[in-house]
Write a protein that binds this ligand. Structure first.
Ligand SMILES: Nc1ncnc2c1ncn2[C@@H]1O[C@H](COP(=O)(O)OP(=O)(O)OP(=O)(O)O)[C@@H](O)[C@H]1O
Length: 472
């Protein structure tokens, strides 16, 4: 028997903005099932009901539930028979057992159920248990995500560019790799500073690859994107029961880095309380999981990166000075892209070829106008912005060359240059003339292209050129 619960309570769901959790209830007591379904729908969940194992299996396929409330004693078998396949699908399962079936509940937990409820089920307790299970699933996904993204972490790492600024960075990476590999006591901490998108992450991975034990783990922790309440357990690990959703014990990322590299990205975003704990780890080289009394030695080398001015943050009381001095031992500054001379074009060509290959497109050169625009633009988002704009231009451009308008940059002039009025003043007429001459220069005297850059028609451009006596 299979029953879908819909109807009068649908109105409670309307207008809820959070995605609805899909809950499947596998339960043969129909009156109890109706009460549960009604309550869950009122609470904003999507709920469907199956009264047998077979109907449950069928609905799992159809509705792909996020969570299952699973009764143990069903007309066509025991809920425990269905449990392993649900767990294997990554579905969170809450088992429901009648009085006197404690052994079933224990066995269900061993098979991977997230939690259990004893019948008769109190509906408020049921809601709390669902919320708890949801939090546990979210935590697990975050941990799995962090671990997964660290696999293949150093594949295909390249720091392109041979401008003096980049050559000096590469030489520094080599030198630091020697220092952190062969210091017999504690490997000194490396701090990589630089504007956003300058390649700090790439530099950290390259440093790891340049060390003697590059086959050891490289573990990346993004202090900015991890929710504050997860950073601590992510970094330090936890024992079972250390907090409500800690279902089992788990090693933290500091431990997971073993004797490899722990890369603390966006260290400036680390909450003050955790800064103190991190300092303790750096000083004592010991780590203790949340809820544990046992300490583990820390063998990893620490590399931190930031696009913030940590010194300024120290002055403002937002970053601990003792941690700053501890981190600021070997410091590397990633130069902004605009200070890398010909590297800008080299990188632009590299990203263009990369995109063309990836999408099986015909190679197209940059037009002279696009080339000078790339050279002159100030690239506030650095290499990341260049990569993004070039890929976009390659994918969207229609002409035989990549044109300035394909790059969609906000003009090649730096905003400050374009906006600043000289002390002696300037007339609108002369500013307009300068802009037109500039656009023509950038587009290699291509009038249509220059008109496009200035957002006017070719006719209007011709008219203005004539008025200012500009000839091409
Ligand atoms: N020199 C380089 N050669 C090739 N690719 C690079 C280079 N520098 C950066 N990149 C690429 O640019 C993008 C941004 O680099 P990365 O993430 O290392 O910057 P970041 O400084 O860590 O940025 P954020 O401060 O925002 O975290 C990445 O896709 C990276 O592969």
């Amino acid at each position: 028997m299979q029953e879908q619960v819909t109807g009068q309570d649908q109105k409670f769901q309307a207008g809820r903005s959070r995605p609805k959790l899909r809950v499947l209830l596998v339960e043969d007591e129909v009156i109890f099932a109706r009460a549960v379904a009604k309550r869950l729908q009122q609470a904003g969940y999507d709920c469907e009901h199956a009264a047998t194992l077979q109907a449950g299996r069928e609905l799992v396929r159809q509705m792909a539930p996020d969570m299952i409330l699973l009764d143990m004693r069903l007309p066509d078998g025991n809920g425990l028979d269905l449990l392993p396949e649900l767990v294997a699908k990554g579905i969170s399962v809450i088992s429901m057992t009648a009085y006197g079936e404690v052994a079933d509940a224990v066995y269900a937990m061993k098979l991977g159920a997230t939690d259990y409820l004893k019948k008769p089920v109190d509906l408020d307790e049921l809601l709390l248990t669902i919320e708890k299970a949801q939090a546990a699933t979210r935590l697990k996904h975050h941990l799995d995500y962090s671990r997964q993204r660290n696999m293949h972490a150093t594949e295909g790492v390249e720091l392109l560019g041979d401008s003096p600024a980049m050559s000096s960075v590469k030489a520094q990476i080599e030198r630091f790799a020697q220092l952190v590999t062969f210091s017999d006591a504690i490997p000194p901490t490396v701090l990589i500073q630089g504007e956003t998108g300058t390649g700090k992450d790439v530099a950290a991975r390259l440093l790891h690859l340049s060390c003697a034990n590059s086959d050891r783990p490289f573990v990346h922790v993004d202090c900015a994107s991890l929710p504050a309440e997860l950073i601590e357990s992510e970094l330090f690990g936890h024992e079972k029961g250390a907090f409500t959703s800690a279902q089992g014990s788990r090693c933290g990322l500091i431990e997971a880095a073993e004797d490899g590299t722990l890369f603390l990205d966006e260290i400036g975003e680390l909450p003050l309380a955790l800064q103190a704990k991190l300092l303790n780890v750096l000083e004592r080289r010991m780590v203790r999981r949340l809820g544990s009394t046992k300490e583990h030695p820390v063998l990893a080398r620490f590399v931190a990166a930031t696009n913030r001015d940590l010194h300024q943050m120290v002055l403002e009381g937002r970053f601990r000075s003792d941690l700053f001095y501890r981190l600021n031992v070997l410091t590397m500054n990633m130069p902004p892209l605009r200070e890398r001379g010909d590297d800008i074009l080299l990188l632009a060509k590299h990203f263009a070829v990369q995109t063309e290959r990836r999408y099986g497109l015909q190679p197209r050169p940059f037009s002279a106008g696009a080339t000078s625009m790339i050279r002159e633009y100030h690239w506030p988002g650095n290499v990341r912005e260049l990569k993004h704009q070039v890929s976009r231009a390659v994918l969207l451009g229609r002409e035989s060359q990549i044109m300035p308008h394909d790059l969609a940059l906000p003009g090649s002039l730096q905003p400050e240059q374009a906006m600043t009025i000289p002390e002696r003043g300037v007339t609108l007429e002369s500013a307009e003339k300068a802009l037109i001459e500039n656009a023509l220069r950038q587009s290699n005297n291509n009038v249509s292209e220059a008109a496009r850059q200035l957002g006017i028609t070719r006719m209007a451009m011709r008219y203005r050129m004539e008025r200012h006596g500009i000839k091409v």
